[in-house]
Structures are given as structure tokens and as C-alpha cells.
Ligand binder design. Structure first.
Ligand SMILES: Cc1cc2nc3c(=O)[nH]c(=O)nc-3n(C[C@H](O)[C@H](O)[C@H](O)COP(=O)(O)OP(=O)(O)OC[C@H]3O[C@@H](n4cnc5c(N)ncnc54)[C@H](O)[C@@H]3O)c2cc1C
Ligand SMILES: *[C@@H]1O[C@H](CO)[C@@H](O)[C@H](O)[C@H]1NC(C)=O
Ligand SMILES: *[C@@H]1O[C@H](CO)[C@@H](O)[C@H](O)[C@H]1NC(C)=O
Ligand SMILES: *[C@@H]1O[C@H](CO)[C@@H](O)[C@H](O)[C@H]1NC(C)=O
Ligand SMILES: *[C@@H]1O[C@H](CO)[C@@H](O)[C@H](O)[C@H]1NC(C)=O
Length: 622
């Protein structure tokens, strides 16, 4: 609590003036549209109306405006960063995101997935620091291309879009041991405006995890952004190197030097319904501020309200499973059974130790340490607050020894995932051929106690420093769903993430937990560990006990996606085609994490930007 209060104050002093300044570039233009800020709350007509000012929506809206079109961007929230300046300190990335709803901030939608069976029936707060965890593997993008029937999604063809948004600064400002891992050709000199770099301060625990991963047989890799997710490295992050603040889609595009004067942003404006004209053509969006009004689109409507609210908006507008439309007495425009189905997500969990190096725990416990770090951050833009405290990533396929319990059926299910989904080939000296590794997992070195992640700050133990290796299951076979509570978008949709529903996911999770314990037994990391396993502790050993711990502590990494999935017309669950156009209507696309055909391994942010850039380019080229 104290930590969060101090950081909040610090952030408002440091960044509030900046966010104020970044606030809207817009000028009054001649013609029939008022392009000042804010646009007035009455009917207006634009070329494009974009719903949702998140990662994808801002990107699409900005690119279309830069292309000369008149664009309205409708966002239910308001300038997130000036209201919540703490979000700009990378080291404060964990504020507001605990699994307990009490951690929610004022800018949170306050989603709670209720009584999730796979999480021992706990209620999990699903919040809304960004780690740019790499692009998907070449195999993953080939799978995307195959599934949607469009070769332009291959890695080779999408690489340009992955590079388009990011402006990269190499880690020359870091200490020697944390400097070497990047591939310059993953980035493009003309990429803009999102800043990608590294925290100035590398977490000391990460260097120890690096040694342990090498010792257990994983190779250190140069880079995660050029089509291969294998091995381990310090990951690149969306951090602005000049002041070590977070670079988000919002701050990046708003500070961009490129003109956005044909973009009108409707903040605090809730999209209520997409309106259709003759021939099922999307013609406008009913929106609400103090009263309702309509934004008409001459050309198209782009829906980018995210994995929960894009399907919600489709359903309330008459596009969705017939039974749901019927139940809520919504006039059907087109029945698409896939709307709200097929939700993919990544979960994480992991064991903690007390350690002998400085971690986040120290700052949470001790106001003097915190004050010292705050000073270092303020004056030198250095220290632990430049780092979201989880800065080291690794991807592997679990070794054969960890999958002895899998059945032929399990292997068949997993064969869906491309061969190069996180994998390392390890050549034990005794074997001529590489050991084949299967099952897919990501490890993250986290310099804090994690437990059940209910409230990452107040749950830190009161004495000692703690660290955790967390695993994220990046080949989940359980699928969740999203449905509506009513025909009104002001009522939050119901989220059923369904994590750990399949027995296969449960087996893999248990095997992964054992693997993390093996990593933490490597002699290379022992010098830094103090005492026996602190959490959950050695009394949890059998598969059933370990599974119980996992279900009791698992948390989402907020990678919900695929609830309006892209696919071919013969795929009964597909909602949009390869150009993100909603089947059965015209003038409407869904462009955000919900329109992924599947969730690639790694962190989705780079893929959201890629998709937004690709579809914007597609529209501008037409
Ligand atoms: C706490 C947290 C940490 C994360 N960390 C990482 C990370 O380290 N690396 C990574 O790669 N990814 C990370 N992610 C995931 C990443 O942020 C998301 O995948 C990405 O933002 C999804 O983009 P989107 O455009 O699909 O949706 P969003 O960015 O969620 O945008 C949707 C927008 O639509 C608006 N909206 C919704 N409904 C309406 C409506 N009816 N009317 C008007 N506006 C509406 C919402 O307010 C929101 O602004 C994290 C997510 C969270 C929540
Ligand atoms: C760096 O990226 C380029 C472009 O994708 C690739 O050709 C090259 O092999 C990469 N280098 C390494 C060492 O991975
Ligand atoms: C996996 O196999 C081992 C022995 O091979 C057995 O002890 C264990 O209970 C099995 N676990 C599961 C989840 O089936
Ligand atoms: C997390 O653990 C704490 C303490 O053990 C408990 O009070 C809390 O209810 C748990 N929360 C969740 C969401 O699991
Ligand atoms: C969502 O999934 C759950 C669990 O599998 C199921 O009980 C429920 O009926 C599904 N809801 C919808 C709307 O599909």
C-alpha cells in the first residue's frame, strides 16, 4: 500500500505534465467536420469509425488518419496515462493487476472471472509494463497463413509489419553482462512510433536464472524477434530509453511527430451498437456520452474493443450464436456461432525461494529502500524502478523425461502446434542425435514472491528477499468463452476462461512445475538461494499435490484472444476472413487480439501491432 502510494505520487510529479502535453494534437479544420478537441457529442460522419482505443485501435486509427482519411476513434475510457501516471513507471507495472479485485485501479474495467473450476473455484480479477516478448515463430505464422488461407501471413511476409511500429534502441546503456542479446535486423530504422528498448537496470536474480538455464541444457539466444522462440535471453520491452518510462500505444502515437489532424478522439464514449443498413452494410455506431448519438461511417467500421468486448459488441448488434441472440431478444443480422467462443489464454504459476540478491520484495517491505530507488529513478533514470522485475525469458519444449505420462491421444492433440513452437534442441554428450523435445512452455525469471498473485505488493513476505521462476503454458488446449449479460454494452460481458479444463493441460502443468524445480536445483543457481523452497514448500510432491498448488495459485498473463477468430468460410467457428472482414456483412472488420486465429506463443503485443499495421496497410492500399 505504502509502496503504491509513494509510486503514485512520484509518477504524478514526473509524468503528469508530460501527459498533459501529449494530449491531443488536433486543430480545427475547414469543412463540415469539427476536428477540435474534444469532438462535440452529436451525430457526425467520418470515413472510418474505429471502436476501442487500445493497442490495435489506436494503431489502425492513427495509420488511417496519417493516410489522409477522416477517422473517429471511440474509447470508453479516457487518457489512461494522465489519469494513471504511475503506469508510466516500468517498475510499477504490477500495481493494479493482482488476482484480487481489491487491486483494481480506477481505469480498470473490473472484469472478474467467477469461480473458475480449473483455478479451484477462485474468483480471478482480470485487469487490463509491457514486455515485448518477441514475435511468433516462423512455424506459428505459417500455421496462421495456412489456417486463414492467405500466404501473406507467413513470417517472411508479415515481418515488415512487425517492424513497422517499433523504434529500437540497443541496450548500450546497460551493464556489460546484460547487453549482448539482440539482433539489429529485427527492427527497422524507419519503424515508429513505439519505443522498444531495455530497462537500464537488469535484475540480479535474472543473471542467476540465466546460468541455471544454460546448465540444464538450454542455449542462450540472440533474439526473440526474428521468427524463432528458442532459448533464453533478457527480453526487449516497450520502454522509452530517454527517460526510462513505458512506451504504450497511447503515449507513442500521441507523441508521434506525424500529423494526426484528421483523427477525432471520442473519449469517455461507450459504443453501444453497430448499425446496419441495406444489404447488411455497417453504416454507423450508436455511442453514448451523457446522451446517445451516432457516428456514421462513409467507408468502414473497425471494431477493436479487445478479446472480451469485440464479441460483446458483435452480439448486441445482432452478430453471434443464434441461441444467445434469441435469449436476449436481439434482432439477428447474421448468425455466427463462433462469436465469443474459442478463447485462448496463457496462465502462469511457479515456486519461490528466498534469495541473497536484491529483489522487488525489499522495496515493498522497506520505505527507505523504496525512497532510495525512487530517488535513483527520478535523478538518474536508473535502478530497479526502470524494470518491471520480470526481464528474463526462456522458451523450451519439455524434455522427453517430463512427458512420460502423455497418451497417444495427447501427443496427437499437441501435434496441432507447429514443430518450432518454443523448442530447444539439446544434444546431451552421450547422444548423437538431438533429443526430441515436446510440449511447450515459457519460463520467466521474476524477482519477487508470486504466490497466488492476489496482490503482488502487499503479499510480499515481511523479511528477506524473494524470487520466483514462473512458467507460462504457451500451448494450452483448454478453450474459454465470452458471452453477454444483457443487450447493453454497459453491462460487462461474462468471461469464462476455462483454464486447465483439459487433462492434458493439467499433466503438462504438473510436468512443468517439476521442471522448474529441477532448474532451481541446478548447482549454478544454488549460491543465490537461501534455505529450502519457500513456496509452496517440499511437502507438495505428488502429482495431485502439485496440481492442487497450481490450481490454487494460477493466474492469467492477460493474453485473452481468439474470441472472433480469423479463418476460412468453411470453418464453422470463424468470425472474420483473412482481411479481418466479418462474414455475412460488409463494411465491418474486427482488428485486435480477438481476431487472432490462435494465440501465438510468447507475448501477444507485437502480434496485435502487426495485425493492426497489416490491416491498415490493406485498407490504405485498396
Ligand atoms: C496487466 C496486463 C499486462 C500485460 N502485459 C503484456 C506484456 O507484457 N506483453 C504483451 O505482449 N502483452 C501484454 N498484455 C496483453 C496486451 O496488452 C493485449 O494483448 C493487447 O493490449 C490487446 O490489444 P487489443 O487492441 O486487442 O485490446 P485492448 O488493448 O484491450 O483495447 C480494447 C479497447 O477497447 C475499449 N473498449 C472496449 N469496449 C468498448 C466500448 N463498448 N466502447 C468503447 N470502447 C471500448 C477498451 O477500453 C480498450 O481501450 C498485458 C495485458 C494486461 C491487461
Ligand atoms: C538476425 O536476423 C536476421 C533477419 O531475420 C537473420 O537473417 C539472422 O540470421 C539473425 N541472426 C541471428 C544470429 O539469429
Ligand atoms: C505419471 O507417471 C508416474 C510414473 O510413471 C506416476 O507415478 C504418476 O502418478 C503419473 N501421473 C499422472 C498425472 O498420471
Ligand atoms: C490468495 O492467497 C491469500 C492468502 O493465502 C488468500 O487470502 C486469498 O484469498 C487468495 N486469493 C486468491 C484470488 O486466490
Ligand atoms: C462456455 O463454456 C462453459 C464451460 O465449458 C459452458 O458450460 C458454457 O455453456 C459455455 N457458454 C457459452 C455461451 O458457450
Amino acid at each position: 500500500m505504502l509502496l503504491s502510494a509513494v509510486l503514485r505520487l512520484l509518477a504524478s510529479l514526473l509524468f503528469a505534465p508530460l501527459s498533459g502535453f501529449a494530449r491531443w494534437p488536433v486543430q480545427t479544420r475547414p469543412g463540415n467536420i469539427f476536428m477540435g478537441w474534444p469532438p462535440p457529442p452529436w451525430d457526425a460522419t467520418y470515413d472510418y469509425v474505429v471502436i476501442g482505443g487500445g493497442t490495435a485501435g489506436i494503431t489502425v486509427a492513427a495509420r488511417l488518419a496519417q493516410g489522409g482519411y477522416q477517422v473517429a476513434l471511440v474509447e470508453a475510457g479516457s487518457d489512461y496515462e494522465s489519469k494513471h501516471p504511475i503506469s508510466q513507471i516500468p517498475g510499477a507495472a504490477t500495481i493494479g493487476i493482482g488476482s484480487s479485485i481489491t487491486t483494481a485501479t480506477s481505469v480498470d474495467w473490473k472484469f472478474v472471472a467467477q469461480r473458475v473450476p480449473g483455478a479451484n473455484h477462485r474468483d480471478i480479477h482480470y485487469a487490463r509494463g509491457k514486455c515485448l516478448g518477441g514475435s511468433p515463430s516462423e512455424g506459428a505464422m505459417q500455421k496462421w497463413a495456412d489456417l486463414v488461407g492467405d500466404p501473406s501471413y507467413s513470417f517472411q511476409n508479415t515481418f515488415q509489419y512487425f517492424k513497422r511500429t517499433a523504434s529500437f534502441t540497443p541496450p548500450e546503456h546497460r551493464s556489460e553482462n546484460a547487453r549482448r542479446t539482440y539482433n539489429e535486423s529485427a527492427f527497422d530504422i524507419s519503424g515508429q512510433p513505439l519505443e522498444v528498448s531495455y530497462p537500464r537496470f537488469a535484475m540480479p536474480f535474472s543473471s542467476w536464472v540465466r546460468r541455471a538455464l544454460t546448465a540444464i541444457g538450454m542455449e542462450e539466444t540472440q533474439d526473440f524477434n526474428t521468427g524463432s522462440l528458442r532459448g533464453h535471453q533478457f527480453c526487449s520491452m516497450t520502454i522509452r530509453p530517454t527517460d526510462e518510462s513505458r512506451s504504450s500505444s497511447e503515449s507513442a502515437f500521441l507523441r508521434s511527430p506525424r500529423k494526426l489532424d484528421t483523427l477525432a478522439i471520442y473519449e469517455n464514449t461507450l459504443a453501444k451498437k453497430i448499425l446496419f443498413g441495406d444489404d447488411n452494410r455497417a453504416i454507423g455506431v450508436r455511442v453514448q456520452q451523457l446522451w446517445d448519438f451516432t457516428l456514421h461511417a462513409r467507408r468502414e467500421i473497425i471494431l477493436s474493443a479487445g478479446a472480451f468486448q469485440s464479441p460483446q459488441l458483435l452480439m448486441v448488434s445482432g452478430i453471434g450464436p443464434g441461441s444467445i441472440l434469441h435469449e436476449h431478444k436481439i434482432k439477428p443480422i447474421v448468425t455466427l456461432p463462433g462469436v465469443g467462443q474459442n478463447m485462448w489464454d496463457h496462465i502462469f504459476f511457479g515456486p519461490s525461494y528466498q534469495v541473497s540478491v536484491d529483489t522487488f520484495t525489499g522495496m515493498a517491505q522497506n520505505p527507505i529502500r523504496l525512497a532510495a530507488q525512487a530517488m535513483i529513478y527520478t535523478i538518474f533514470r536508473d535502478g530497479m524502478l526502470t524494470n518491471p522485475s520480470a526481464d528474463y525469458l526462456a522458451f523450451e519444449k519439455l524434455p522427453r523425461s517430463s512427458r512420460s505420462n502423455l497418451t497417444a491421444r495427447d501427443e496427437y492433440e499437441l501435434s496441432w502446434f507447429p514443430e518450432d513452437w518454443p523448442e530447444v534442441e539439446v544434444r546431451p554428450p552421450s547422444m548423437a542425435a538431438p533429443e526430441r523435445r515436446l510440449k511447450f512452455v515459457q519460463y520467466i525469471a521474476a524477482s519477487a514472491y508470486v504466490g497466488n498473485f492476489s496482490d503482488p505488493f502487499s503479499q510480499q513476505p515481511w523479511t528477506g528477499q524473494y524470487a520466483t521462476i514462473i512458467a507460462s503454458m504457451v500451448a494450452p488446449t483448454s478453450r474459454g468463452n465470452v458471452t453477454i449479460r444483457s443487450a447493453n454494452t454497459a453491462d460487462l460481458p461474462i468471461i469464462n476462461p476455462n483454464w486447465m479444463d483439459t487433462e492434458l493441460d493439467q499433466k503438462l502443468a504438473v510436468a512443468t512445475y517439476r521442471r522448474m524445480r529441477d532448474i532451481l536445483q541446478m548447482p549454478a543457481i544454488l549460491p543465490v538461494l537461501i534455505g529450502p523452497e519457500y513456496f509452496p514448500g517440499s511437502k507438495y510432491q505428488t502429482d495431485a499435490e502439485v496440481l492442487h498448488v497450481i490450481k490454487d495459485t494460477l493466474m492469467t498473463i492477460y493474453h485473452a484472444s481468439c474470441t472472433c477468430k480469423m479463418g476460412t468460410r468453411d470453418d464453422s467457428l470463424a468470425v472474420v476472413d483473412h482481411r479481418a472482414r466479418v462474414f455475412g456483412v460488409t463494411g465491418l472488420r474486427v482488428v485486435d487480439a480477438s481476431s487472432f486465429p490462435f494465440l501465438p506463443p510468447g507475448h501477444p503485443q507485437s502480434t496485435v501491432y502487426m495485425l493492426a499495421e497489416k490491416i491498415a496497410a490493406d485498407i490504405l492500399a485498396a
